[in-house]
Design a protein around this ligand. Sequence first.
Ligand SMILES: [Zn+2]
Length: 311
Amino acid sequence: MGALPRRVPRARAVDGGALLPGLVDAHVHLGLTAPATVRSGGIAGVDDLGWDPAVAEGWPGMAGLPHVRVAGAFLTAPGGYPSDRDWAPAAAVRPVAGPDDATAAVAQQAAAGASYVKVVLHADGPLLDDATLAAIVAAARGVGLPVVAHVEGPGQTARALAAGVDRLAHTPWTERLPDALVEDAAARQVWVSTLDIHGWGDPSAAQERDRDVALDNLRRFHAAGGVVAYGTDLGNGPLPAGLNPRELRALADAGLQPPALLRALTSRPVPGLATFVPGGPFDPTALPAGDLIDRLAAAVVTTAPTGGPAA
Ligand SMILES: [Zn+2]
């Protein structure tokens, strides 16, 4: 999935407002939400990060949805997360028994139209070993797909980085990462934010601790030049269907000012769609973060005009 555009997206003045490149939520589970509601609130593109590939392969191009990219199934160790969770149907999980099973597991997702491969490294349960993880990454490279990982628990971020994982599905929250690791990650990975999963605006003491760890990691990742993608984990927990202002305020807390916020919101191009922000033109480089977030709360998805705006 490569690097994000480093350029700040242009807000183009149009009748009654401003037009942005289509805004993207880089972490959703359409299988756990009402897909037609996702496009409300200005989200023009979504990256689904795990579901039954037989269902997910029907989403890209489906009428009424945002522009969708899919992972297909979660690749995890036999018995590993999320096969132990009620919300994950058996077909949404593809256990990978060992290195010899990696090529077939990746090929099945690619055949279902995957744009990237999702792997799970969750230390609280059976874990993919290093050889199997390496084989999955190699198989994904072999078919031209990047790898996105769910990392949770001690040492899992370091393992993902060492294996060449391109993107983390969440800002790591279970441990404060050493500066050297954060700087290494900033040079090589994209991190999907998902800061609001820690309590959805009303955190318990434990969720607040997790959120503080995530904010600390993301603040240093961003300061080191790391590429952040806006993402919410929509479908898991009480999240609003469209753009989530709490996620945006948390990103601002992590040091992303409006130009960086807009880059995070446009983590990939969205063919054919744009996001319209009513209320007159604005300069993303001049607006305070709070004002930009307030303006974006009224955003809606529209058809992209031919010839622009480019992400
Ligand atoms: Zn998720």
